[in-house]
Design a protein around this ligand. Structure first.
Ligand SMILES: [Mg+2]
Length: 158
């Protein structure tokens, strides 16, 4: 049984330039400005939109945690395909075309949508869980100890 979230890659090539340019303009992304996200939608907003989308199609019956996990992994594979055989890619993807950037935006969105729905179906409050995990990461990797090093936390000495 195929799972759907309505943002499949078949729709990729439509309207790519307009979307990316509008985003760049509305988000204030100039060449010298650091990249930031828009403030909306929140993760709760994404959860609600996807819940409405699946309810309207009676697809909730297929969206159990394990199915959602497999769908999520599949979408991560679709993101990986876009980077496959390109070698290292510079930040901001300067050599990518607008349709390629829009395709990536759509596949990353698929990943996020399934991640949010998986968290919902597992009753994990994802924004709050991220706060807890970031606190743990700060303890695990104290900036004073690990600055500029890519070692795993088990490799650090006190
Ligand atoms: Mg996809």
């Amino acid at each position: 049984m195929a799972l759907h979230n309505g943002t499949g890659s078949k729709l990729t090539k439509t309207n790519g330039e307009t979307t990316s340019q509008q985003h760049a303009a509305s988000n204030g992304h100039g060449e010298n400005n650091p990249f930031t996200f828009a403030s909306e939608p929140t993760l709760e907003g994404i959860r609600r939109m996807q819940a409405e989308f699946t309810d309207e199609r009676n697809w909730n019956q297929f969206h159990q945690p394990r199915n959602l996990l497999l769908a999520l992994v599949g979408e991560v594979g679709e993101v990986a395909e876009l980077f496959q055989w390109r070698g290292e890619v510079a930040e901001g993807l300067p050599d990518w075309t607008e349709p390629e950037r829009e395709h990536l935006a759509q596949e990353l969105s698929d990943v996020l949508i399934y991640l949010v729905e998986l968290a919902e179906k597992c009753h994990v409050d994802l924004p709050q869980a991220v706060l807890r995990k970031m606190a743990l990461n700060r303890l695990k990797y104290p900036a004073s100890k690990v600055h500029g090093s890519a070692k795993k936390y088990t490799e650090y000495k006190d």
